[in-house]
Design a protein around this ligand. Structure first.
Ligand code: SAM
Ligand code: SF4
Length: 466
């Protein structure tokens, strides 16, 4: 008998990628296989994102497509097979229904309206209900009708969030957010902060060693506000957790050689975190430190709880203690009340910090957040301000990367380059891409590569040795 197949479509942040991978592991453990196409899968899972309206609208559009796909798969009269030819061929000998599951932040935010307005979705699984997936898989295997899911429980961390076969994976260490930045929907959909106990994190690291994982990124909406239960029951903070992880990886002679983390809130970035990074080579010299805006007035309206000066002081401290650090950030332009002067302040802050790269957005009002009720700046002005920030960042990225040409760096070889069969594509400790000629058997290893050239945002290099 053919194995049952699953298909994933994941939107949004690292947390969603990790949660999709964790659910995928459940399907694999039950003997299911991945399908490359939703059109012929038994189950399709859409993991959704609510952070910006544009993201939600795109997903709502995709739901319309999935509704059409379900109609074809059920051989409903009048079902249109345009763009669904693969599904039409698949059901040539009779209906093969598709189970559609929507999970993630939109599922949490729009739970009841999804159930009412999108009845073709078989299961709406909020972020607090992911552990029901085993029951859902059983119901599909047994051909049972979809059942109602209880979403009122506590958040549970999955034991493994690795994508099958990946050398780099995310390890969730905390969930939720207590900060309530005035623009952000996350605290409403992900709930209050909870930290994963140290023991569970170390157990996952041991599993990742068995899977020969080389690089991990500790993730959470606010990783550095981590306050988890230690092995002796006492609370451990983020710096403490980094030390415990570094020790554990050393003692267990783990395959993991790089540890990253994201996102850090500048207000929680304490000196002891800087000290651990400076003293533990396993922690990458790459810090993602979202600033959001360079003006103290805007930061205050955003409820970020640090000033421009405090942020710049933090950056100076980091650069002094970790000279080779690369900094990346998130910037948001066009927040209500932002003036031309504020824009200049952001551009100036960028020039002072010289980020390696940045995620840049224009402000997007989210229903239910305080900023959505403030007087809005016209969208074209928000977009124009964003463009100025993007243009400056592109210059900085080029400058920062050019400075590194000629250096020999440690690289994790991740796969074959898309441009040439004879080249591998890898990643540097600073999270840059680098292509170099090397044998495929080096995929998955750390190698030393001399950076010889910069092509767009990808380095070219020469393999020096292991
Ligand atoms: N916790 C992280 C922090 O404090 O920086 C950010 C997590 S959030 C999922 C990722 C990024 O989305 C934010 O840094 C912010 O720049 C952006 N973002 C959040 N809400 C937004 C909104 N309403 N409009 C535009 N961008 C938004
Ligand atoms: Fe959103 Fe602010 Fe929490 Fe980050 S810290 S998730 S931006 S509320």
């Amino acid at each position: 008998m053919n194995k049952k197949t699953y298909f994933f479509e994941t939107y949004g942040c690292e947390m969603n990628i990790a949660e999709s991978a964790a659910v995928e592991q459940l399907f694999i453990a039950r003997g299911w296989e991945k399908s490359e196409s939703a059109q012929t899968a038994d189950v399709a899972v859409i993991n959704t994102c609510s952070i910006r309206e544009t993201a939600e609208n795109r997903i709502l559009g995709r739901l319309g497509w999935f509704n059409g796909l379900k109609a074809v798969r059920e051989c409903r009269p009048g079902a249109k097979s345009k763009m669904l030819e693969e599904a039409a061929e698949y059901v040539r000998n009779g209906a093969k229904p598709l189970t559609l599951i929507v999970m993630g932040c939109m599922a949490e935010r729009l739970l009841t309206s999804f159930q009412k307005d999108y009845p073709f979705i078989d299961y709406v699984v909020g972020t607090y209900a992911k552990h029901h997936f085993s029951e859902i898989i059983s119901a599909v295997e047994e051909g049972r009708k979809p059942f109602q899911i209880d979403d009122s429980e506590k958040y549970r961390f999955a034991s493994l969030s690795a994508e099958p076969g990946a050398f780099s994976t995310f390890v969730p260490i905390m969930h939720g957010c207590n900060n309530f930045c005035t623009y952000c929907i996350v605290p409403y959909v992900r709930g209050r902060e909870i930290s994963r106990p140290v023991e569970q994190i170390l157990q996952e690291l041991d599993t990742l060693k068995k899977l020969k994982v080389r690089e991990i990124t500790l993730i959470g909406q606010n990783v550095n506000s981590y306050q988890g239960a230690g092995l002796d029951g006492a609370t451990v903070n983020f710096a403490g957790l980094l030390r415990i992880i570094a020790d554990h990886l050393r003692k267990t002679e783990s395959t993991i050689r790089w540890v990253r983390f994201m996102s850090s809130h500048p207000k929680d970035f304490t000196d002891d975190v800087i000290d651990v990074i400076a003293s533990e080579p396993v922690i990458c010299r790459h810090i993602h430190l979202p600033v959001q805006n360079g003006s103290t007035a805007v930061l205050k309206a955003m409820n970020r709880r640090y000033t421009r000066e405090q942020y710049l002081e933090l950056v100076s401290k980091i650069k002094a203690k970790i000279p080779e650090v690369s900094l990346t950030t998130d910037i948001m332009m066009g927040f209500p009340g932002e003036t031309e002067e504020d824009v200049e302040q952001t551009l100036d802050l960028m020039k002072q910090v010289k980020y390696e790269s940045a995620m840049m957005y224009f402000y997007n009002p989210r229903e239910g957040t305080p900023a959505a009720k403030m007087e809005q700046i016209p969208e074209e002005v928000r977009k124009e301000r964003l463009q100025r920030v993007i243009d400056l960042q592109l210059q900085h990225t080029q400058e920062r990367m050019k400075e590194r040409v000629g250096n020999t760096v440690l690289v994790l070889a991740e796969g074959v380059s898309r441009d040439s069969d004879e080249e591998l594509l890898g990643q540097t400790e600073q999270h840059e891409k680098i292509a170099f000629r090397a044998d495929r058997k080096l995929i998955g290893s750390f190698v030393n590569v001399k950076i010889t050239q910069l092509n767009g945002n990808t380095f070219k290099g020469e393999l020096i040795g292991p």
